[in-house]
Design a protein around this ligand. Structure first.
Ligand SMILES: C[S@@+](CC[C@H](N)C(=O)[O-])C[C@H]1O[C@@H](n2cnc3c(N)ncnc32)[C@H](O)[C@@H]1O
Length: 286
């Protein structure tokens, strides 16, 4: 088996699960990823006309899809270092009126689910009236414990101050890719648990390379995988010009700040929590 050095700062064209099997045990610190959702679009309405991948038709029987995702998540667990994390983005779907929740298969994998984050995209992909406009997706923060200690390391208050609802508009669909992340999403995930230090950041469904750009902007090493050579080319070009996206990283980092720390407020006797039961002051932010 090749050492992890062989994979660093590269994007590999291939199947996520097959390539993961070639990575050594416990060699990755953080993964931020979003697999294809198995949308099985029967007809593409005007809103979803561009929602087609270049090299993948996103159309598996649901049972097979979930088996694949569990196998994938378990392989990801093997390559992740103890103490490492995965941010796995997925969403609630409906198949002929029956709700399919990603928790169904994520909870069958080997991972400890540390948190379910709601990604409020503020925009719906389907605006028909079958149900209320669905603007949210899920991000599972998965954690590989060190030994028997399942809780994991505490993150700093300046990161934990963000709520479990991340309000970020998605990148608009382009001719190049149907479903890129907003850069702020992997930036927040990675920076919150690894401000500094050359961590190994992976995205096995790298698409246009958003996670990899976020890792590079934050000074980490990256590994990308995608089945489409078209997307890999786009991601490589984007990484070469990564400094163009520096201002977005700076903006996200600035948000990770506490103007009035807890200790000072405690000393003044003005402790309130922005999301606490007694909070009446909108001014208070940690
Ligand atoms: C939701 S998109 C990821 C988008 C990415 N987060 C970005 O910001 O551009 C899913 C990606 O998975 C890729 N893909 C589909 N099947 C794959 C497989 N078996 N192995 C690796 N990549 C795959 C698609 O080509 C697509 O780029």
């Amino acid at each position: 088996m090749k050492t992890i050095k062989h994979f660093l700062n590269k994007i590999i064209v291939g199947d996520a699960l097959e390539i993961l099997r070639t990575l050594p045990d416990e060699s990755v610190d953080i993964t931020v990823t979003s697999p294809p959702y198995n949308k099985r679009n029967k007809s593409h309405g005007w809103l979803v006309t561009k929602e087609k991948y270049s090299n993948y038709d996103d159309h598996l029987p649901e049972e097979k899809y979930q088996e694949w995702q569990i196998e994938f998540l378990n392989e990801l667990e093997r390559v992740t270092k103890p103490g490492g994390s995965v941010f796995y983005n997925h969403k609630i779907r409906w198949d002929d009126g029956v709700l399919i929740h990603p928790f169904e298969w994520v909870s069958k994998s080997k991972w400890i689910i540390r948190q379910e984050i709601i990604w409020d995209r503020m925009i719906a992909a389907n605006m028909r009236g079958w149900r209320f406009w669905q603007v949210d997706e899920r991000i599972y923060w998965l954690h590989k414990p060190i030994g028997d200690y399942l809780i994991g390391k505490e993150i700093k208050a300046k990161h934990a101050k963000f709520s479990s609802i991340w309000r970020m508009k998605p990148e608009p669909r382009t001719e190049n890719h149907p479903a890129p992340f907003p850069l702020g999403l992997p930036l927040r995930a990675i920076y919150s648990i690894a401000e500094t230090g050359k961590k190994v950041v992976l995205d096995p469904f790298a698409g246009t390379g958003t996670t990899l750009v976020a890792a590079k902007l934050l000074g980490h090493k990256y590994i990308g995988i995608d089945v489409s050579s078209d997307y890999v080319e786009i991601a490589r070009a984007r990484l070469r010009r990564y400094k163009r996206e520096l201002s977005l990283a700076e903006e996200e980092i600035k948000r990770h700040k506490i103007d009035d720390p807890f200790k000072a407020r405690k000393k003044r006797g003005t402790v309130t929590w922005p999301f606490g039961p007694n909070n009446t002051s909108k001014k208070d932010s940690r």
